[in-house]
Design a binder for this molecule. Structure first.
Ligand code: ARG
Length: 456
């Protein structure tokens, strides 16, 4: 018998039960649900629907039930449809008639909306904190290789030399935007739905502000229909995580490339690589491959939820129960990736000499020669054409680009540009990839990291 069986003459068919029960996955919400219930009790006491001592009994009992969950001694009854029913059933078993007052002026509809907001708020904080931890690892790796450089790529073709810190910081900046987005989503969810009831509020005297304050929400709902049907906060969270996953997948892809024999820019620590069951020489960057792959499920969780929400009539529909597994899944998997990737970057040995010799590719000096011609007054298009012809000559004759430049009187004065590190040093404009611009970027990055940390 469920807690709502009053108006039914036969019990639920097993197939419907299997389809609709959610305890099997929503039991992880127990702590947040109990927190919401304790705030609800405070609200009932405030307006006299419960006496102070009834309130105390309920709160103590709710704590005892939380303890059972924590110690894994909570026993689900066959009729517990979801975590809310299970907790209320147990509270009533333990506290008798007072327990049966817990659900006064409340529906599972405003209850689950509240519980989900509480869970999502904590999850957003966890994910944002893990992003910041990964950023720390990237910054440390840069600090340990502060002079290291590599070619910067466009179209995955060598383009211009850049500092390693510049490449790592590029990822840090995208992760910082993720932190911002996660915390923005958290700010927007700070509205308490408790008191909306099933959909239309209640005739009983309640004060939703009391529960809202107890839960630390900044405000209470203005419209009860919206309060029970809104899952924007879940969708926003799934989007913020999906985009974060996309960023992590790009980092994963880069690690995969760097650790190939072909690039050989870096090695991951043994603890963050795997071997092959057949090929004894293999050392595989699975951590990076999984970072790349997990983005697929994170995107899937977002699109799955959006599809479930699309076209739903107001207000609560059971469809909304489908918000849970995608959220739990995305939070769990993005945290796994963030932590493992942090470990992987922490174990990374950057092969400075290999990357430097790739960065000192003669051709990467082509733009510097064109820039010098511009400085001397030549229109850029003409300079581009002239240098392009020299590059073409180098390619067709197989002579090095530096030798070709040396052999042409109109450009041979630019020979010193080929000196090691010179091209990199000249990348000095604001936000550029060279050492002269690096300190200003680092100051901005540190300021953004501190303000993100302060928002946590
Ligand atoms: N387990 C349900 C959910 O997650 C709780 C709300 C059920 N409400 C209802 N009217 N059946 O959405």
């Amino acid at each position: 018998m469920t807690l709502w069986s009053g108006r039914f003459s036969s019990s639920m068919d097993e197939t419907l039960w299997d389809l609709s029960e959610s305890y099997s996955f929503d039991h992880v919400l127990y702590a947040h649900d109990i927190r919401g219930s304790k705030a609800h009790v405070a609200g009932l006491v405030a307006t006299g629907l419960l006496s102070a001592s009834e309130g105390d009994t309920l709160r103590t009992t709710l704590d005892a039930v939380a303890q059972e969950f924590q110690s894994a001694t909570f026993i689900r009854h066959a009729s517990d449809e979801d975590v809310h029913m299970a907790i209320e059933r147990r509270v009533t078993e333990m506290a008798g008639d007072v327990g049966a007052k817990l659900h006064t002026a409340r529906s599972r509809n405003d209850q689950i909306a509240t519980t989900m907001r509480l869970f999502t708020r904590d999850a957003l904080t966890d994910v944002a904190a893990s992003c910041l931890a990964l950023i720390d690892v990237l910054v440390t790796l840069g600090d340990d290789n502060v002079d290291a450089c590599l070619p910067g790529y466009t179209h995955l073709q060598r383009a211009q030399p850049i500092l390693l810190t510049h490449q790592l910081n590029a990822h840090a900046w995208s992760l910082l935007r993720d932190v911002d987005r996660l915390l923005d989503a958290r700010d927007r969810l700070e509205v308490s739905p408790l008191g909306a009831g099933a959909l239309a509020g209640t005739s009983l005297p309640i004060d939703p502000d009391v529960a809202a304050r107890a839960l630390g929400f900044g405000s209470t709902f203005a419209n009860s229909l919206d309060a029970v049907s809104d899952r924007d906060f879940v969708a926003e969270t799934l989007f913020a995580i999906a985009l974060l996953g996309v960023h992590l997948s790009r980092m994963g892809e880069e690690l995969i490339l760097w650790t190939t024999r072909e690039f050989n820019f870096a090695t991951l620590g043994d603890a963050f690589t795997t071997g092959s069951s057949m090929l004894p020489q293999k050392k595989n960057s699975d951590v990076a491959e999984l970072a790349r792959a997990k983005s697929g499920r994170l995107i899937g969780n977002l699109t799955g939820l959006l599809a479930a929400l699309k076209g739903l009539p107001l207000s609560y529909n059971r469809d909304l129960q489908e918000d849970k597994e995608p959220l739990f899944d995305s939070v769990r998997h993005v945290l796994l990736v963030l932590r493992a990737l942090g470990g992987a970057y922490g174990s990374l040995i950057f092969h400075g000499e290999v990357a430097k010799s790739a960065a000192n590719d003669d051709f990467l000096v082509a733009i510097d020669i064109a820039d010098e011609l511009v400085r001397e007054g030549m229109p850029f298009r003409q300079a581009h054409e002239l240098v392009g012809r020299l590059v073409g000559e180098s390619v067709t004759t197989n002579a090095s680009f530096a030798d070709v430049v040396e052999a042409h009187d109109e450009v041979k004065r630019f020979g010193p540009l080929f000196a090691e590190g010179e091209s990199l040093r000249r990348r000095s404009s604001p936000g550029a990839a060279g050492p002269l611009a690096a300190p200003a970027q680092r100051r901005r990055l540190d300021a953004s990291r501190s303000s993100a940390l302060a928002r946590l």
